[in-house]
Ligand binder design. Structure first.
Ligand code: NDP
Length: 281
């Protein structure tokens, strides 16, 4: 029997836990605030930002919006980040990516205080993950660990294959699985024999950005398959990097798209924000 890992339900449970925690903290006189910066008005970014603000409202986190025009200079954005770093009433700073081309994303990521870096992108937080120290972890891979834990899927001792090595998904994912005592293989566009390597995975995590790329020929019978990809198909329906219809029957557990990994990303952002408040305010 294949278990469909329900990210919608699991993220809702996580958000309810956070809502109760935030209410208790408010009772003790502590409130939590996330600063949300958007530069320009890219429609996809506006949807993501809107969803993040909605999640804040549900949990009881104040979201403070900074909607800046497309022509904002890097210096102006750095000044805003500097002010928010100093503002003790702000616990998390989120700068929605991608930024307009004339602004260097690395400069902005590095300017955000690591203690307010709820996206987990700052090199100090990435370094902390590498050496097993406390720090914020990129939300999508952190959400996948939460999905696996809450679905009672054992990671310890399993062979995990991560396909994709981006800084926000593949690399932190591999490090988190290592921290959970999996044996980890990372694949990318130069990997030879991808099919054979994927077929050895007990847990296969796919983040390549190619619609329905992984079919059953890449999957060991009974493996757990986590699909990070999200695409709108020609039929206007959402699909992942995994060909769900072809693969699901061969797995012991799989995440659907939509309703798998996606909803966890925002829930983990909220979790990081509450943590930032508890740890550093
Ligand atoms: P990137 O484009 O940054 O990285 C893709 C990775 O896949 C690269 O490491 C690339 O290798 C590798 N790759 C590409 N083609 C192949 C191939 N044929 N064989 C093996 N490896 C390959 O993507 P992201 O990590 O940012 O995102 C991946 C997917 O996840 C996207 O669909 C994105 O939309 C989705 N996503 C979903 C989120 C969510 O919340 N659900 C959050 C973030 C992303 P190389 O390094 O060699 O180029």
């Amino acid at each position: 029997m294949t278990e469909i890992i329900n990210g919608k339900e699991i993220s809702a449970a996580l958000k309810d836990d956070l809502k109760a925690e935030v209410a208790a903290l408010k009772g003790a006189g502590k409130s939590c605030c996330l600063a949300v910066i958007q530069v320009g008005c890219d429609p996809a970014s506006s949807v993501y930002v809107g969803n993040k603000k909605k999640a804040c409202a549900y949990i009881g986190i104040e979201s403070r919006s900074y909607e800046l025009p497309e022509e904002t200079s890097e210096e102006e954005l750095l000044n805003l980040v500097g002010q928010l770093n100093k503002d003790d009433s702000v616990h998390g700073i989120l700068c929605q990516l991608p930024l307009p081309k004339h602004i260097c994303e690395d400069h902005i990521i590095k300017a955000i205080s690591p203690h307010k870096d709820v996206d987990g992108f700052h090199p100090q937080n990435v370094g902390a993950l590498v050496i097993g120290q406390q720090g914020f972890v990129s939300c999508t891979p952190a959400g996948i660990i939460e999905l696996l834990h809450r679905s009672n899927i054992t990671i310890d001792g399993k062979h995990c294959v991560v396909v994709g090595r981006s800084n926000i998904v593949g690399k932190p994912m591999a490090l988190l699985m290592l921290r959970e005592n999996a044996t980890v293989t990372v694949c990318h566009s130069h990997t030879k024999n991808l099919k054979e390597i994927c077929k050895e995975a007990d847990i296969l995590i796919v983040a390549i950005g190619k619609p329905r790329f992984i079919n059953h020929e890449y999957v060991k019978e009974g493996a757990v398959v986590i699909d990070v990809g999200i695409h709108r198909g020609e039929d206007n329906k959402l699909c992942g990097d995994v060909d769900y219809e072809d693969v699901a029957g061969h797995t012991s557990a799989i995440t659907p798209v939509p309703g798998g990994v996606g909803p966890m990303t925002i829930a983990m952002l909220m979790k990081n924000c509450v943590e930032a408040m508890k740890l550093y305010s």
